[in-house]
Design a protein around this ligand. Structure first.
Ligand SMILES: Nc1ncnc2c1ncn2[C@@H]1O[C@H](COP(=O)(O)OP(=O)(O)O)[C@@H](O)[C@H]1O
Ligand SMILES: [Mg+2]
Length: 439
């Protein structure tokens, strides 16, 4: 038999039980499928004299596909190129593996009509041995070995098969353990990500509440200042200088009141005047206004979503957040570019599915996209924070996006930012659809 000369002397296998024990102990050290296959490959080479070994697992519970996870041996490159996922249906060998109760031996794939020749001819398989892997009552996949191309066919002996079946029992346990650990690690990573996002949101909300709370008290003090100043203003015998001083005072109070109004929006302390709003109409109106104030090098595009449902919103505030987003976009494009305002209806459940805390229901999405400087990844989590600005003194207050956040949250919506430095930035605002009253 070709290849027989590479076979180790039988004494490599005669203490079979001992051998298996050593193998099983090794498998316990495998932390992933690559490591597991490496141990399997070592064992089939040392004990049985085959150079190629692989592991394949079913991708889903319904056993419709087999994914070749790892291949070790000279055929490795070819297998990755041609056959990483193999459909089960219509492939006799895969169907046998899916039944999961018997070792499948193809003595020579070159002449065997039962194999899938589309795959086998490309890989140049000769002998193929697949031993099913099972976990308790569930087929898991297969552990395989074989010969390719010029190696010629070399069917395993009865003793080889016996050893393989015993190996498969241990490999099944190790594979199930690895799969379980992988799934658990992935679940932990998802939970961590969720927690991080939740913590970020809580931080923003508490900052907003703090700023809004301070603004509320501050506003009361400003009222006192204003009324007192007004009393002086009405005084008869006030000197010219005194009059100018009072005017300055009143002006300062007015500006302070503007600022506190913005801060109130952060803390969602403003009263919303809700009415049915058409975001397309709001976007169109803002675009007209912007074209007058934005440099000509910035093109403005409005893409109106068809049949856009109404939202329930405070017109002044929705206009304000659109304006804040567009002014930021303008600032990000000092050398021109493109500003796009887009609306669309979000498919039912699409948004809520990704955002476990979102209110169930339908949403309208409003996006403002620019082709500007973008935001560095390490800053992106901070842009909604009150007073966070990268603009120079007098240029930015750092309140624009904090207000956007506060207003959107007060409307029971959500806002997300995506950005790539040098490419541009997109802000996505989700607002709940105004549903007709069911009467
Ligand atoms: N479209 C954008 N492109 C690039 N950076 C942006 C954009 N929008 C916001 N930013 C960043 O977020 C910061 C905070 O924005 P904002 O809250 O509106 O405050 P301000 O505009 O006063 O700086 C900005 O200073 C800027 O660094
Ligand atoms: Mg701004």
């Amino acid at each position: 038999m070709p290849g027989d000369e590479q076979r180790p002397a039988d004494d490599g296998r005669c203490s079979g039980g001992q051998r298996l024990l050593v193998f099983a102990r090794r498998l316990q050290g495998a932390v992933d499928f690559a490591g597991l296959t490496a141990f399997v490959a070592d064992e089939v080479r040392d004990a049985l004299g085959y150079d190629n070994a692989w592991l394949a697992v079913f991708t889903d519970d319904r056993l419709r596909e087999v994914r070749v996870l790892t291949v070790t041996g000279p055929a490795e490159q070819d297998v990755w190129k041609h056959a990483t996922v193999i459909p089960v249906e219509g492939d006799w060998m895969m169907e046998q593996i899916a039944q999961g109760d018997r070792v499948v031996v193809i003595e020579d794939a070159l002449t065997d009509p039962r194999v899938n020749h589309d795959i086998v001819d490309q890989l140049r398989n000769r002998t193929i041995v697949n031993v099913p892997l099972r976990f308790i009552d569930r087929p898991l996949g297969a552990m395989g070995l074989g010969t390719f191309g010029d190696e010629g066919p070399r069917p395993p002996s009865e003793a080889d098969l016996e050893h393989l079946i015993a190996m498969a029992a241990h490999v099944s346990v190790a594979a199930a353990r690895i799969r379980f650990t992988e799934e658990r690690t992935q679940a932990a990573a998802e939970r961590l990500d969720l927690e991080r996002r939740l913590a970020h949101r809580q931080r923003l909300e508490s900052l907003g509440l703090l700023a809004g709370g301070v603004a509320h008290d501050f506003n009361n003090l400003l009222m006192v200042m204003r009324s007192t100043a007004s009393i002086f203003e009405a005084e008869e015998g006030l000197s010219e200088q005194g009059r100018a001083g009072v005017a300055m005072l009143l002006d300062a109070v007015e500006r302070a009141r503007d600022l506190t109004r913005q801060l109130l929006a952060l803390g969602r302390r403003q009263e919303l005047r809700l009415a049915p709003l058409d975001l397309n109409a709001r976007a169109r109106k803002l675009a007209t206004l912007l074209r007058r104030v934005v440099p000509g090098a910035i093109a403005i595009d409005v893409i109106e979503g068809p049949r856009l449902p109404l939202v329930s919103g405070d017109e002044t505030q929705i206009d304000q957040i659109l304006l804040n987003l567009c002014l930021n976009a303008r600032d990000a494009m000092p050398r021109g570019g493109k500003l796009t305002i887009e609306t669309r209806q979000v498919a039912d459940g699409e948004y809520v599915g990704e955002q476990p805390w979102a209110r169930p229901g339908r949403y309208v999405m409003l996006t403002v996209t620019d082709t500007g400087t973008g935001i560095a990844p390490e800053l992106i989590d901070r842009v909604f924070e009150p007073f966070f600005t990268t603009k120079s003194e007098g240029q930015g207050s750092g309140l624009g996006l904090a207000i956007v956040y506060g207003v959107v949250r007060q409307h029971e919506g959500m806002v997300h930012c995506f950005s790539e430095p040098g490419v541009g930035t997109t802000f996505e605002v989700y607002l709940p659809v105004l549903e007709p009253e069911v009467g």
